[in-house]
Design a protein around this ligand. Structure first.
Ligand code: AMP
Ligand code: MG
Length: 404
């Protein structure tokens, strides 16, 4: 049997290293910068006024002085003349400061004159200036590689004149569930049928981890139909990874195993509970496409635990995103675990008033208990060799649902 670490490494190897894409900044929100962004220009690019008012020479603009208004500088004026001695000019917020001026008098401290202006309060030199480069100087590192693009980042990139930004590419995952018993919600169930729940659950988990996902309509337990559906979708393009659920255990009608065995996917048993039957590899298609595959068992709890343990870290790394921090919590109650298997129990993590994390087990170990899964906010990670933990013992926990 493979250890969890060994299979985690195998899944990471199948996904590979991050790719980069150039996107308009507003399309990159939430993604990580692929490298440092150096400012190609200073911000502000030119010294401008922070107020609507008059640009003057401070030595001339004493209280009570009346100065002729030589010209106006609205924001956006590109041909600003120099300010002649003994004159003022009207200047608006964001407008470039004329040569010769060394002070701004806000309009509220004047009579607001158009032809000539009376100064009521003498200005301080340099006051109400927005100096060129006072926000950022050309050549400075504006943003660090690895930073997440936020709306404010988009503003900065646009202000620096970047039409696009290079970010680590989000991966697009096709999620495909198998099982002849599965029916789409909205259709009445016949005896022996259940509603399909893994594909929308895994697609949501992938999106919460920063990827994009689509649900490929699930297929019956028929290897040919499964392969045909896959080939059709892969040929349409845009798929970075296929995730399947179901059809990989030891029974008959194991469609994923039957279809992908010998085609580049390795099916293994991982010493864990739930989630023992796992698979990953790269599948070649007739049209030459080579697509990474990760196969999960079909039980809903096993499928989501498999995602959290194997795919979430690999997916994040392949998108240049950090993994969730590992946390340790105190057990609120004693726990028994299966010897020889690393066990992932559903847990409820709470932070006490004094800041210590404590965790209790939610529900039983059965891999079909979706309600308990939905009530949990973490997984307890109980090492393979551990058979019993006492109340108060430390245990590793993994946040569920992207709550890290
Ligand atoms: P399998 O791994 O295909 O043997 O399925 C194991 C169990 O999980 C069976 O009880 C299936 O009915 C159930 N199951 C498999 N796939 C899904 C799915 N997509 N949604 C809900 N239940 C599923
Ligand atoms: Mg099945």
């Amino acid at each position: 049997m493979r250890s969890v670490e060994e299979h985690r490494a195998a899944v990471a190897a199948v996904l590979g290293r991050p790719r980069t894409v150039d996107l308009p900044p507003e399309d990159a929100v939430g993604l990580r910068l692929a490298g440092d962004v150096v400012a190609p220009l200073s911000l502000p690019p030119f010294t401008n006024s922070a107020m609507d008012g008059y640009a003057v020479r401070a030595s001339e603009a004493v209280a009570g002085a009346v100065l002729p208004v030589a010209f106006d500088v609205p924001a956006g004026r590109t041909d600003v003349p120099a300010l002649a001695p003994g004159t003022a000019c009207r200047i608006m917020t964001g407008a470039p400061l004329p040569d010769g001026a060394d002070a701004i008098v806000p309009v509220e401290r004047t009579d607001g004159g158009v032809e000539r202006v009376r100064i009521d309060e003498a200005p301080e030199p340099g006051r109400f200036f927005r100096a060129a480069g006072s926000d950022i100087a050309a050549g400075e590192v504006a943003l660090r590689g690895g930073e997440r693009v936020s709306p404010a980042t988009v503003g900065l990139l646009a202000a620096l004149g970047h039409p696009t930004v290079r970010v680590s590419a989000p991966l697009h995952v096709a999620v495909l569930s198998t099982g002849s018993e599965l029916v789409e919600p909205g259709t009445p169930l016949r005896p022996g049928q259940i509603y399909e729940s893994n594909a929308p659950m895994l697609a949501s988990a992938i999106r919460a981890a920063g990827g994009t996902a689509e649900v490929v309509r699930f297929v019956a337990d028929d290897a040919d139909a499964f392969l045909a559906r896959l080939a059709e979708r892969v040929a349409a393009g845009g798929i970075d990874l296929v995730v399947t659920s179901g059809g990989v255990s030891a029974g008959a009608y194991e469609v994923v195993k039957d279809a992908l065995f010998g085609r580049g996917v390795e099916f293994v048993k991982v010493a864990m509970q739930p989630g023992m039957p796992q698979g990953c590899g790269t599948v070649g298609f007739d049209d030459g496409a080579r697509v990474p595959f990760v196969t999960f068992p079909g039980n809903p709890v096993s499928a989501l635990v498999s995602f959290e343990v194997f795919l979430r870290p690999a997916l994040r790394a392949a998108m240049g995103l950090p993994g969730g921090p590992r946390r340790t919590a105190r057990l609120a109650e004693p726990v028994d675990s299966i010897p020889g298997k690393r066990q992932y129990l559903r847990g409820l993590l709470t932070t006490d008033g004094d800041g210590t994390d404590s965790v209790s087990v939610v529900g039983g170990p059965g891999s079909h208990y979706l309600r308990w899964l939905s009530q949990a906010n973490c997984l307890l990670d109980v090492p393979a060799e551990v058979e019993h933990l006492a109340a108060g013992d430390p245990v590793d926990v993994l946040a569920l649902n992207g709550t890290d």
